[in-house]
Design a protein around this ligand. Structure first.
Ligand SMILES: Nc1ncnc2c1ncn2[C@@H]1O[C@H](COP(=O)(O)OP(=O)(O)OP(=O)(O)O)[C@@H](O)[C@H]1O
Ligand SMILES: [Mg+2]
Length: 235
């Protein structure tokens, strides 16, 4: 087990958002966290990453308790976070944006990513090598954000709504690219409102509602569960 989240309670000030979230992710898996907007998906990722430390509960990465540690330290251990808002550097070229993400591999398990390997996953970016980040389309920026996180050689990558705001054709490309990423051996925890997109990529899923897990199981279980799909996923 690479990630073990146990009974997480997180709040922003007085407003309590997570009420006992428990999830696990095994090495090499792609696991999705599904649910409508505002159910606590981003808050769960932020709690894992130490950006919004939980009030209660534990987060273990490779067995080590990392609960509430500063995000930079968690990143150094091998967790990459791709936030919802794509924070690329508008004045740097695509290659420079990727170089900025470079950092030594945390463990012997991690691949040492090069810019060229990132371009193998996202061929579109290779053609945009010299283009300034600020001139990229939304889909290209999303690919660049994921690519930059890969340059930090994570073992586990937390992806927050990568498909958000992208045209259907771009989402299809992104799906193929994330599939390739998965085949490279990286472990993925994927948050999505777009359940169809996430289900196609995932081995297992958790469905959240009001800060609690309402379903957990394999993708086959989820597809066979009409009630959960209709009630929480609008599928
Ligand atoms: N910084 C904040 N301060 C106060 N409340 C917040 C803050 N960030 C999020 N919230 C609230 O926490 C709840 C859960 O938000 P969260 O962003 O985790 O949901 P989400 O499942 O990621 O939604 P979406 O699919 O829209 O991204 C929402 O009600 C939101 O309004
Ligand atoms: Mg969110």
């Amino acid at each position: 087990m690479i990630l073990e989240v146990q009974d997480l309670y997180t709040s922003y000030g007085l407003s309590q958002i997570l009420f006992g979230i428990s999830i696990t992710v095994d090495e090499g898996e792609c696991v999705s966290l599904l649910g409508r907007n505002g159910v606590g998906k981003t808050t769960t990722l932020r709690s894992i990453m130490g950006l919004t430390p939980p009030r209660r509960g534990t987060v273990r990465f490779r067995g080590q308790d990392i609960t509430g540690q500063p995000a930079y330290r968690i990143a150094r251990l091998g967790v990459g976070f791709v936030p919802e808002e794509r924070r690329i550097f508008p004045d740097l070229s695509v290659r420079e944006n990727l170089e900025v993400g470079r950092k030594a591999a945390a463990t012997s398990h991690a691949t040492e990513w090069t810019v060229e390997q990132v371009y193998d996953i996202f061929p579109v970016l290779a053609n945009l090598n010299d283009r300034k980040g600020g001139y990229l389309s939304g889909g290209e920026q999303q690919m660049l954000t994921v690519g930059r996180t890969l340059m930090g050689n994570p073992d586990l990558i937390l992806l927050d709504e990568p498909s958000e705001g992208l045209a259907p054709l771009v989402v299809r490309d992104l799906s193929e690219q994330i599939q390739r990423l998965k085949e490279s051996g990286i472990t993925i925890l994927l948050c999505e409102q777009n359940a169809k997109f996430a289900i196609a990529l995932s081995d297992r899923a958790y469905v959240l509602e009001k800060g609690q897990v309402r379903f957990s199981g394999t993708i086959e279980d989820l597809q066979g569960n009409d009630e959960i799909r209709q009630q929480y996923l609008a599928l």
